[in-house]
Write a protein that binds this ligand. Structure first.
Ligand SMILES: Nc1ncnc2c1ncn2[C@@H]1O[C@H](COP(=O)(O)OP(=O)(O)OP(=O)(O)O)[C@@H](O)[C@H]1O
Length: 303
């Protein structure tokens, strides 16, 4: 029985610059008569943040599930760093792909730190006897794992919440904790499924900065999101899925300007959306309108 208690070091999944990390070819997923994803090709290279957008029901999450071993694609192949991925989600995680979910999946009654420690299980190798006897090797591994988990909590800005129960965190912090837990498996590729859903603008901005920081650690990112401003600010490339098929893929400017995307998804050109300056003006005007002035609606102006 082994007593090997090795814990892999920080960012062990980090990849070489320019390396093709993810290579999905001809991925098709059918549920009975419904083809949710049809013949989709997508690559993600090291150092990239790639966005996946599309209307509700376009097949984005189904495609993620095909990448992470939750679904076995009906057709096609998914490779991570050149190797065909095994059709089991824990093996995919061990290979180097981590993910978060559209609906937060934390252990609500465990602490924040414990949630991250759970995420480390693919990177710890404790033999049964080591765990049972709790010898020096076990304690060393446990201490290293806790140190790394605390490092990750600091990375996402939750170091002061380590002992809080996950269920007591505000929503935005639960999403950050999910990201910390995903990072605990030391991935080379992180898949984020709607990471800013339900967040306020400030939390969304913080998440944007966090994703850039993750990329700067050498981890490639593939992100599904409905917030177009977030996607177009963040991503090096964006792929658009419509009715299960990839409509177009390109940089933000190309995708925003494509008539088919505008028609199928955006509804109107994104350039028409207010910029930061206009948004600040609107916010200031709204704040003034809410202030209890003499001329506020419902009050007589007695000056
Ligand atoms: N397990 C399943 N069994 C049957 N149909 C499914 C299953 N999962 C997804 N679908 C169907 O596949 C299609 C694509 O769904 P999917 O959730 O992947 O879309 P999405 O682009 O992620 O949507 P959203 O933006 O609303 O999350 C939908 O028609 C959905 O109802």
């Amino acid at each position: 029985m082994t007593t090997d208690t090795t814990v892999q070091g920080a960012a062990s999944g980090a990849t070489d610059p320019g390396e093709t990390v993810l290579d999905a070819r001809g991925v098709t997923m059918r549920f009975g008569g419904l083809t949710a994803v049809r013949d989709v090709n997508l690559t993600v290279n090291s150092g990239e943040i790639v966005g996946l957008i599309g209307p509700n029901g376009a097949g984005k999450t189904t495609f993620f599930n095909c990448l992470t071993g939750l679904y076995i694609p009906t057709e096609g192949e998914v490779r991570y760093r050149g190797q065909v991925l095994p059709p089991k989600s824990f093996k995919v995680t061990a290979a180097g792909i981590a993910r978060t979910f559209q609906n937060i999946r934390l252990f609500a009654n465990m602490t924040v730190l414990e949630n991250v420690l759970v995420g480390r299980h693919t990177r710890t190798r404790e033999g049964l006897w080591s765990a049972l006897l709790r010898g020096p090797g076990f304690h060393r591994a446990e201490a290293a794992s806790r140190a790394r988990a605390m490092e990750l909590l600091a990375f996402v800005g939750l170091e002061n919440k380590a002992e809080h129960l996950a269920r007591n965190l505000p929503y935005g912090e639960q999403r950050k904790l999910e990201i910390a837990r995903a990072l605990a498996s030391e991935p080379g590729l992180l898949l984020l499924d709607e990471p800013t859903a339900g967040m306020n603008p400030q939390e969304t901005r913080t998440t944007e900065e966090l994703v850039f920081k993750i990329r700067d650690q050498g981890i490639a990112v593939l992100v599904i999101e409905h917030d177009m401003r977030f996607i177009f600010n963040l991503c090096d490339r964006v792929a658009v899925l419509v009715q299960g098929e990839k409509l177009i893929e390109g940089d933000s400017a190309t995708v925003q300007g494509d008539d088919r995307v505008i028609a199928a998804y955006l509804g109107e050109p994104f350039e028409d959306a207010p910029g930061d300056a206009e948004a600040a003006e609107v916010a200031a005007a709204e704040a003034n309108a809410e202030a209890p002035t003499d001329s506020a609606p419902g009050k007589e102006n007695d000056r």
